[in-house]
Design a binder for this molecule. Sequence first.
Ligand code: PMP
Length: 371
Amino acid sequence: VGWDAAVDTDFHKLQTGPWKKGGRPYEQICDSALDLVGFTPMVRMSRLAKHLEVDCEILGKCEFFNAGGSVKDRIGKRMIEEAEKSGRIKKGDILIEPTSGNTGIGLCMAAAIKGYRMIICLPMKMSGEKVNTMKTLGAEIIRTPTEAAWNALDSHIYLSARLAKELNGHVLDQYKNAGNPLAHYEGTAEEIIEQTGGKLDYMVMSAGTGGTVTGCALKLKEKIPGIKIVAVDPYGSILAAPDSMNDKSVRTGAGVGTQYQVEGIGYDFIPTVIDKRAIDYWVKTDDDESFAMGRNLIRHEGLLIGGSCGATMAGAFRFIKENKIGAGKRVAILFADSSRNYMSKNMDDSWMEANGFSMKEINRTCNEKGY
Ligand code: PMP
């Protein structure tokens, strides 16, 4: 794989993740919020399993327990630490990143603590909650058109590169930076292995940059023989393989269009950090099933998950049903972020209705069995 050569890509040699420091997380007083990144809990979702009538065990890896609220805190911290170690950046420098918001929050948190100036380039689609969080952490935000192709002059990716040149800043670039999959290879996956005792048959994750699914998959496959990796990709994105799965028409509450509403997953190009060879199965999801499943998950498990988690769970559910995964099998699902990011969007009934999602129908599916 062609990860950024500026970082040591031979990560098989690097075995010093935070879980190896010894001691339990939160046992001691922390030096900063950065110590509260990682060590996220896993929850057995037996109530949702009953509601969905699945017989296998389903487990949620709750990444919204990270200090900044998402799985991407791990890479925000890691990419800054790697760049500091290599001498590429120093306190006071300008960092610029194209993001769907969560990597931005992770970077802004690290930048606030360590003393960097942060500029975030963010497509218009992303929620106001993410914008306000990053602004409050001290960042400057530049919005770009949602529909701009990744290589268009006005895309968040192109704009970041241009600004970096003009301002003499640095783009750590989550799409290419080896620190992205490494944070999951050394952190997220090790935690999952420890928490499950290595008894895990399937791991389901959604893909944006693909850093989470790639880093986790490589480590899980090394340590758990026979484990299968399932990746979830929304309709409208081109990440899934084979490409024939990638129907470009997007089914979303208001009908069929070109833009899906779920944030943080899917792309119109293949990021360098994704290694598709590590993925055994792909599942495509649409907005309707994602938001309905998200509501179901919150209602039955009390886990305050974000929009892509609904997609990941909807993909996992379909995979479990289609492949008849039954009793005795264990499936873990990674929940990338929290409801906090979407209070004015899919957490808000009036937003849902205004965007064509029937709350009456969703409430019916949540409540129909009385549990
Ligand atoms: N879900 C959400 C809400 C995200 O913000 C992201 C990251 N863009 C992902 C899932 C996917 O993570 P990754 O970039 O590691 O594939």
